[in-house]
Design a protein around this ligand. Sequence first.
Ligand code: PRP
Ligand code: GLN
Ligand code: MG
Length: 541
Amino acid sequence: MCGVCGLLLGDTKAETAAVDIHESLYFLQHRGQDAAGITVCQGGRVYQCKGNGMAAKVFDEGKRITDLPGFMGIGHLRYPTAGTSSASEAQPFYVNAPFGLSISVNGNLVNTKEIRRFLDFEARRHINTDSDSELLLNVFAHGLNQFGKARANVDDVFSALKDVYARCHGAFACTAMIAGFGILGFRDSNGIRPLCLGSRPSATLEGATDYFMASESIALRQLGFDNIIDILPGQAVFIQKGGVPQFRQIVERKSYTPDIFEYVYFARPDSEIDGLSVHRSRQNMGAKLAKKMKDTLGEKGIGEIDVIIPVPETSNTAAAVLAKCLDKPFSNAFVKNRYVYRTFILPGQTARKKGVRRKLSPIVSEFKGKTICLVDDSIVRGTTSREIVQMAREAGAVRVIVASCSPEIIHPHIYGIDLADHAQLVAYNKTVSEIATHIAADAVIYQDLDALKEACTEAAEGESEVKDFEVGVFCGEYKGEVPEGFFKLANELRTQGNCPAAKATLVANSGAVNVPKQNGTTVTTPENRGDINLHNIADEA
Ligand SMILES: O=P(O)(O)OC[C@H]1O[C@H](OP(=O)(O)OP(=O)(O)O)[C@H](O)[C@@H]1O
Ligand SMILES: NC(=O)CC[C@H](N)C(=O)O
Ligand SMILES: [Mg+2]
């Protein structure tokens, strides 16, 4: 679930776009911890810095920003969900022809094999990595090139996007830059991945306006942007140098169904997505889960619970409301190590497991001799719940109930979350009591899907058009099309690819043909191969 952004300063002589973009990356960091990048443009020339690591590492605490001059640019934070974790797949991606195009993508494509074939044999464009985002950029570039012009106009840009929507299936929210011309934002026809736009008065040129797009509204607000609107499903916006936003419905909207996982886990609580407050949705999840607990455990069962304990950090909001609704004491009895970040989006199960113990530790006195109810936003692979149930017992809890703000996750996520194949999902093919046994809890209680959807729709700040969500992980019905044989192929490639660092699951989604094989000899994986990092100042360290 990457973070993307794009900025165009009203003062075209300004050279500080990278300063603001860099700042915004800190408000989007929770969406991707593996790689970060910024591409800017000054005088028609493109400058870029990107690499593996969090923003602070890649940009060396801001030092590199001075090497990135320009009045417009785009940024990216990567959580790899296709291709590999190689530094060459850090974004933004750049292609020189036509016009010097750069792109930042949040999302996943589901028909990469077909696109790769098209680009290879028909468009005859060279693809240098396993990333699906590089494919999307090249489809766009091919579309623009078809006009055979030395300079594109705004209509050309929108027309080329038609090709992107026609050929690239899946979910995506993208920011793009055309050197010397302007910045572009567009969103898939179901609005699965988020993107919003805001404006602020220019600080350096009177009467001029700066425009900024980002995955989450918090990044806009913290940088002083206002008048925030969501880009709509199938819609694009282009802001030409010195101009105002021009909107175009590129394809008909198929639905308006944002990914419910944004509200459950991904987004920051201080963001609003598609008119729904993430914070309020999580409060509602807590209230609805309290009701489900009453229905499941009855008065006696509820009476036995001594304390409600959140599993920091995402579930804090929901757990506090749940405790209030059940009239129970609430305790922050798991302390979150502030120097450890999100564990779910770490690459590799070993790192994730280690991450949980490093991140959470119990205040023993809060557990001793008690019946506790642990509240988490989701139970996916069960890595977190298995570890924390054990920690709670080690700390002296006599009974441990685990309550999840979202229902059982039994299907893979295919639109930009590395949410595994069925076999890795703890709830797959198990009854609730089998899940409890698996994570060594005395009981597990899950939110119902309808209640979760209501929790989100009831979080509208004013009007929201959103009445339904992408919920494929819970029910197996995805909003976008899923090509025939997609899961079978993904599973086959994943099994063959048995290559932890390269994240075989990701290779599966990329449509790449040469999956590394484990035959006892040392294999060159996409991970340890040298990268060709084109025009990247991060290499000059
Ligand atoms: O069942 P699992 O596979 O462990 O995945 C679910 C857990 O992972 C996430 O936490 P994470 O530590 O990533 O982030 P947070 O601090 O925002 O809660 C999520 O909030 C759950 O706690
Ligand atoms: N999580 C995402 O949005 C990832 C974007 C893209 N599929 C990548 O892996 O780089
Ligand atoms: Mg968590």
